[in-house]
Design a protein around this ligand. Structure first.
Ligand SMILES: *Cc1c(COP(=O)(O)O)cnc(C)c1O
Length: 378
């Protein structure tokens, strides 16, 4: 592997998951009983318990967070030209869930404090073609949901809440993922609860849940299996993955507490560095610090790429922030967002990165990261 001489300094990875003994026990049960496909007891248990945790009625497990969004948008049966409003500053999964379903993504800039969609700018983007709003809780901090829920009500829009980065986060005491007509999650390895790869859609509507189950499984029909009246997908999660998820879910309080400890400890260590904007926790929010992001002041004469390079030199791994949807070459190429500018999203993309934030991060690693950050910015 590595030469001894190179192992002098510990490399601190950006994310390392923390798996427990219950996950092992449940996975072994799958292997021993032969329930390794998308049939088996852990799927239903994971769906029911995750939905209950978030305060929703139905959960439909799928193979990842990207297809969770795709399946959620499919529930709307969009006509070409129908619009869905979402933040520019997010993962491309959100925008392509709209385009794959024949819709048009319409963008809004971010709030400079929370980095989530700026809810004050949403109403002016609503047109007669708007069908839905898709808020995304960014890096563990909730979106200001009340104003958005009021708009959804006023204009009769569907709310599709992407809570992939906000497992356990709360808005005014209610769990994120409990606000949408449809809400989506990812359980990728760097998410707070992980199944390796995995995702879920939650809803309170029985008709949506039934349609999601159908879309997830190639729209096979109950009465006549190989007779199709709609095109679906194979978006199924395996029982083995659900087993891991269920094991994790049983200690979610501990996992969320660990993330909150990490976020608060980073803030305590870094708050006196003027050149860094740190994550906030608004009065109405419980931030779970999915990733601990920092935004570097331009006056340091350095962008996030250079900052990341210098941190990496000293063994601290980071990831850049999202690049806004309006700056994505492939989306511009298909004619979207021509000439549109979102200054907050643009700044975040250039000056933001996140520090090592995995659940396995230790106190001494965290302190090491802070020292290296200080050294680079000195
Ligand atoms: C991770 C993530 C996704 C995509 O999830 P995958 O499981 O990686 O496909 C979607 N939305 C947000 C906000 C995410 O952070």
């Amino acid at each position: 592997m590595t030469h001894m001489a190179e192992v002098e300094k510990e490399i601190i990875p950006v994310n390392e998951p923390l798996l427990g003994t219950q996950e092992t026990r449940y996975v072994m049960e799958c292997l021993k009983t032969g329930w390794i496909s998308s049939e088996g007891r852990f799927i239903r248990a994971f769906e029911e318990q995750w939905a209950a945790y978030c305060g929703m009625k139905y959960g439909v497990a799928v193979s990842n967070g990207t297809v969770a969004l795709q399946a959620a948008v499919a529930s709307l049966d969009l006509s070409p030209g129908d619009e869905i409003i979402l933040p520019s500053f997010t993962i491309i999964s959100c925008a392509q869930a709209v385009t794959y379903n024949g819709g048009v993504p319409v963008l809004v800039d971010s709030d400079p404090r929370t980095w989530c969609v700026d809810v004050k700018q949403v109403e002016k983007k609503i047109t007669p073609r708007t069908r839905a709003i898709m808020p995304v809780h960014i890096y563990g901090h909730p979106v200001d949901m009340d104003p958005l829920c009021a708009l959804a009500e006023k204009y009769n829009l569907v709310m599709i809440e992407d809570a992939a980065e906000a497992h356990g986060a709360e808005y005014k005491g209610r769990k994120c993922g409990g606000f949408g007509d449809l809400s989506t999650f990812s359980f990728y390895a760097n998410k707070i609860i992980t199944t390796g790869e995995g995702g879920m859609v939650l809803t309170n509507r029985a008709d949506y849940a039934e349609h999601l189950r159908s879309v997830r499984n190639l729209c096979f029909q109950r009465e006549r299996r190989f007779y199709h009246t709609e095109l679906g997908h194979n978006f199924r999660l395996t029982n083995i993955q659900a087993a891991i998820g269920l094991g994790q879910l049983e200690r979610i309080e501990e996992l969320v507490a660990r993330k909150r400890w990490m976020g608060e400890a980073y803030t305590e260590c870094l708050k006196d560095i003027d050149a860094l904007q740190l994550p906030v926790e608004e009065a109405w929010a419980t931030n779970v610090y999915w990733m601990y992001g920092v935004v570097l002041d331009e006056r340091m004469g350095m962008d996030a790429v250079e900052f990341a390079r210098r941190l990496a030199e000293r063994g601290v791994m980071t990831r850049p922030f999202f690049l806004g949807m309006h700056e994505q070459p492939i989306l511009q190429k298909i004619g979207l967002f021509q000439g549109e500018r979102y200054p907050v999203a643009e700044r975040l993309a250039r000056q933001g990165l996140y520090l090592p934030s995995g659940l396995a991060l230790t106190q001494s690693q965290l302190q090491q990261v802070c020292e290296v950050v200080r050294e680079v910015l000195a």
